[in-house]
Design a protein around this ligand. Structure first.
Ligand SMILES: Nc1nc2c(c(=O)[nH]1)N[C@H]1C(S)=C(S)[C@@H](COP(=O)(O)O)O[C@H]1N2
Ligand SMILES: [Mo]
Length: 301
């Protein structure tokens, strides 16, 4: 008889066991949606493509609504209320819609999507997200001919989010994309990670994830998606326009004014591990470079 060691029953172990189980059944990688993940740079770091641990993904976070240090979000978001939750899609559309989280999980099927998150601060993680393409959600409305961009708005609730009582950013957190970027199949509505529902500190109940852009573009706890005519002013552009541009594509050749973006630290490898080279578009260039053909990416940073 095998004695169960309960400390082994972690979201990570369940996920990994399920994964090898599916592999044994012969479904292979494609059914796990990991085929889109670039396996590059193996010469520099063999474990570059290893999944970051559940613990690191959920305890090392940026979520200024819950505090500005990495350990704040998991400590301060425990009691954050994610039910009921509604998302509206509005602005330059023929008919705005409003969907509850229940309706969203009923209409859209989340699948596993393993993507690298590259923070503008110079570190990265590999996260097995659960989600679906934003284009599927956006196709539920008809944008008017004036619509050129989409703006994402996170929740504003200073009673629950103590960080919003300080003017570090202009609350609520806002981000934006060009419509073609928003419609790209890699742009993901995230509902979970490691096969479980999304933890509060990672943006529950629903956040956006754009694999080829710096992490701050991927707004958490979204309540509104607005089609607009003009390029939206994101919270980070508002805070420091010189440092954070609208595009914010991962680009090792364009440095942040205060530090290099050429390399990154892989979270979980320990502080002595060598930094690895940052890849253009975070490694997703084959899929997204055409969105920016002919553009000066130094100017449009
Ligand atoms: N609403 C909101 N979304 C946010 C942030 C934030 O402070 N508030 N931080 C961003 C930054 S800087 C990063 S790197 C990622 C981190 O996502 P993770 O905690 O799931 O790794 O979330 C982004 N989305
Ligand atoms: Mo970040």
């Amino acid at each position: 008889m095998k004695i169960i060691n309960y400390s082994e029953i972690t979201p990570e172990n369940i996920y990994k066991n399920r994964r090898s189980f599916i592999k044994k059944l012969g479904f292979g990688a494609s059914s796990l949606a990991i085929s889109t993940f670039p396996f590059l740079n193996n010469a520099i770091a063999n474990n570059r493509d290893e999944l970051t641990s559940y613990k690191d993904i959920t305890t090392y976070n940026n979520y200024y609504e819950f505090g500005t240090s990495k350990s704040d979000p998991h400590r301060n978001s425990k009691n954050f209320k994610t039910q009921p939750w509604n998302i509206s899609i509005e602005g330059e559309v023929d008919k705005p819609i409003n969907l509850s989280m229940e309706e969203i999980s009923e209409i859209f099927v989340s699948e596993e999507r393993v993507y690298r998150l590259r923070c503008v601060e110079g570190w990265s993680m590999v996260i097995p997200w659960m989600g679906f393409s934003l284009s599927k959600l956006l196709s539920k409305v008809n944008p008017t001919s004036k619509a050129k961009f989409v703006e994402f708005e996170s929740i504003y609730d200073p009673d629950q989010m103590k960080g919003q009582r300080y003017p570090v950013l202009n609350w609520p957190y806002k981000e934006g994309l060009r419509i073609d970027e928003a419609m790209h199949p890699l742009t993901t509505v995230v509902t979970g990670l490691y096969g479980k529902k999304l933890p509060n500190q990672n943006g529950a109940p629903l956040r956006i994830f754009i694999p080829w852009k710096y992490g701050f573009k991927s707004a958490k706890a979204i309540v509104k998606i607005k089609f607009v005519q003009k390029m939206p002013m994101s919270s980070w552009m508002w805070a420091s326009p010189r440092e954070y541009g609208f595009y914010s594509n991962v680009n090792p050749n364009v440095d942040h004014p205060r530090w290099s973006q050429a390399t990154e630290r892989i979270i979980g490898e320990g502080i002595w591990a060598p930094r690895v080279k940052t890849l253009m578009f975070n490694g997703y260039g084959d899929q997204v470079a055409n969105l920016y053909s002919g553009m000066d990416l130094k100017k449009y940073f």
